[in-house]
Design a protein around this ligand. Structure first.
Ligand code: FAD
Length: 453
């Protein structure tokens, strides 16, 4: 019997439930990745480059085990039907993906073929962690309590040592050779190396260092989790084990805090699954009428890192240079766009999706709606970050700002944190713009206009 293993965002052999299920009963498994024109047309150069490099790494891992990746291009349902006929496959196995586009695509595939979907992008199925009455949680803390109260679904499963050969007759397109973004070599081996280094060196201090933009306190695993080069269950298992074996309370707190972040990821998956409309509009109906400003020049200044607020600009330059941004920085720039500039969070959401290597519909939408105050929190619309205070607190020596805004390397620390303290001379020498808004006035404006109905 032959079956297809349709990979989408689970580019790994270890702890891969779709692969295990496909292999069940000694079947011949054909691993297939489809270049879907609809997805490939979305502008996301760095993420695509990371994906292609991940496919090359996966193909190499498959070949080490006697298999190989079959890459095809076209509308997925057509490609699968064609490949099933070509290979004599009786079924298609895949990891469930809960984005609205993925659900439509998979419903079409299920109507045309025998499609078996299995949970793997998150520890628990997106619809499983629910209130006693079966309704979805809309607030993180009770969700995370319920998540932790469920029995953990066991230790991660090792990669199969050997895989069945793929018949020579099944042709494969070449995988584009665009190199992965420099800071994110792709593939499962690299994901595991990073996880190991994080567990050995940084998780113990994570609770204290995670918010510091100047330190490498976080795991930088998000792109790997995004494409399933690292199993979410393996990451969560590692966090639980780290907490259990922690040598001191601070280390345990570090591991528990990291687990909490992984649960945020699951929470936003659950939100998108239960409320797919968040891709179109505010989660909170009372905040659908905010009079967003149409301010293309200010939006562009934000995108290019030319707002005149060094912490905002440093973060936007980090994004442009690397395809990644520190979580604290994401919150700062998102608050700045939506509160200080009063520009619709959806413009920020789009810019992030275009530029992030880890760009993920659920996490990105959740992060933007959280920052805009239109999301799942109770009533945080009046939370407006003060960029200068954020900067002083989470980049106390200005190391992060100087790194990403080298033109300000010689400015005073006070000026790095608060643009009002940059002297005209410093600004001129650096060709650095004056602030595009005054934070205090912008804050008043946001509080006036950002009223829930
Ligand atoms: P760590 O601190 O090591 O956390 C471990 C993992 O937990 C991360 O890799 C990530 O998978 C998950 N995680 C951590 N924080 C969050 C969170 N708040 N929400 C959801 N998952 C989380 N994350 C994405 O993966 N993709 C996105 O497109 C994305 N967009 C965001 C947009 C905004 C406006 C904000 C405020 C946050 C966004 N995040 C997004 C969440 C978070 O910023 C990143 O996951 C994190 O910075 C990745 O760095 P790390 O791997 O070192 O995280």
């Amino acid at each position: 019997d032959t079956v297809l293993w349709w990979l989408r965002r689970d580019l790994r052999l270890e702890d891969n439930p779709a692969l295990r299920l496909a292999l069940n009963g000694d079947r011949r498994v054909v691993p297939v990745f489809i270049l879907d024109p609809t997805l490939m047309a979305r502008p996301a150069e760095k993420r695509q480059a990371f994906l292609f490099a991940g496919l090359r790494a996966l193909d190499a891992d498959l070949r080490d085990r006697g298999s190989r990746l079959v890459v095809r291009e076209g509308p997925p349902v057509e490609v699968l039907a064609h490949l099933s006929a070509e290979s004599g496959a009786s079924a298609v196995y895949a990891e469930e993906d809960i984005s609205p586009y993925a659900r439509r695509r998979d419903a079409q595939a299920a109507a045309a073929l025998t499609l078996r979907l299995v949970t793997g992008a998150t520890v628990f199925p997106a619809g499983q962690v629910r209130k006693a009455d079966g309704s979805p949680y809309t607030v993180f803390t009770p969700y995370s309590k319920a998540w932790k109260a469920l029995p953990f679904p066991g230790a991660p499963q090792p990669a199969p040592a050997r895989l069945p050969a793929v018949p020579d007759a099944l042709t494969s397109l070449p995988i584009p050779t665009t190199p992965a973004p420099a800071d994110f070599p792709a593939g499962e081996a690299e994901a595991n190396r990073r996880l190991g280094a994080f567990l050995d060196e940084r998780i113990a201090a994570y609770a204290d260092t995670r918010d510091r933009m100047d330190l490498e306190g976080t795991s930088a695993l998000s792109p790997y989790l995004r494409f399933g080069m690292l199993s979410a269950r393996k990451a969560a298992w590692a966090a639980l084990e780290s907490a259990r074996l922690a040598p001191h309370p601070q280390a345990r707190r570090g591991a528990e805090t990291w687990l909490n972040e992984l649960i945020w990821r699951e929470f936003y998956h659950a939100i998108l699954y239960a409320f797919p409309f968040v891709m179109q509009t505010a989660f909170n109906p009372g905040l659908r009428g905010v009079p967003w400003r149409n301010a293309p020049a200010e939006l562009e200044a934000w995108q290019q890192g030319r707002t005149g607020y060094p912490v905002v600009d440093a973060a936007m330059r980090q994004l442009a240079a690397t395809g990644w941004m520190h979580n604290r920085a994401r919150m700062i720039v998102a608050s700045f766009l939506t509160k200080d500039l009063l520009i619709n969070w959806q413009a920020g959401e789009r810019w992030f999706m275009r530029n992030l290597v880890d760009g993920d519909p659920a996490a990105n939408n959740g992060g933007w709606q959280w920052a805009a105050g239109t999301g799942t929190d109770a009533a945080p619309y009046f939370r407006i970050f003060n960029p200068s205070l954020q900067s002083a607190k989470f980049d106390p020596q200005g190391v992060y700002i100087r790194r990403w805004l080298p033109e300000l390397a010689r400015a005073s620390l006070a000026g790095l944190h608060d643009p009002n303290h940059l002297t005209p001379g410093e600004r001129r020498a650096a060709n650095y713009p004056p602030p595009i808004v005054d934070h205090a006035a912008a804050r008043e404006r946001a509080l006036r206009l950002y009223r829930p109905t």
